[in-house]
Design a protein around this ligand. Structure first.
Ligand code: ATP
Ligand code: MG
Length: 140
């Protein structure tokens, strides 16, 4: 499996509880290298665009509320099979269903405030990295 890059976001519920370091440690322990990172407070428009795929779901308004409630840390992660590996270490969307040792099992508050986002496919990873890190030289 080739080395690839994925996009990660540490969500406002986690930055509010000073979990940036603990979550990043979990990512690194899973073999993912942080090759870009910055702190961003999403606008409503950015949150609505970022989660546009869910715009017709009943939780969309609440999701955009939580994503704009505080700053996030956006990151580019690099490693073997990084997209799948990141999804694995994140754990299931609902922390009640997440496997032991995963980020969401250990840190998420509930299905909405679930501490992390990770790209789900090669195309979304490329799009999300291009959007959040346009103009940044990423040194692998
Ligand atoms: P993410 O896209 O944030 O990495 P995911 O891919 O595991 O998470 P999605 O199904 O894409 O899950 O949902 C996007 C986000 O919407 C979830 O991470 C969560 O914050 C929120 N969400 C999903 N389902 C629900 C729900 N039933 N109730 C409230 N919020 C939800
Ligand atoms: Mg998703």
């Amino acid at each position: 499996m080739a080395v690839e890059r994925t996009f990660s976001m540490i969500k406002p519920d986690a930055t509010a509880r000073n979990l940036t370091g603990k979550i990043t440690a979990k990512l690194e322990e899973a073999g993912l290298r942080v090759v870009a990172s910055k702190r961003v407070w999403m606008s409503r428009k950015q949150a609505e665009g970022f989660y546009a795929v869910h715009k017709d779901r009943p939780f969309f308004g609440e999701l955009c509320d939580t994503m704009t409630s505080g700053p996030t840390i956006v990151q580019v992660l690099e490693g073997e099979n990084a997209i799948a590996r990141n999804r694995e270490v994140m754990g299931a969307t609902d922390p009640a269903k997440a496997a032991a040792g995963t980020i969401r099992k250990e840190f998420a508050k509930n299905i909405g405030e679930n501490s992390v986002h990770g790209s789900d496919a090669t195309d979304t990873a490329a799009q999300e990295i291009a959007y959040w890190f346009s103009g940044t030289e990423i040194v692998g």
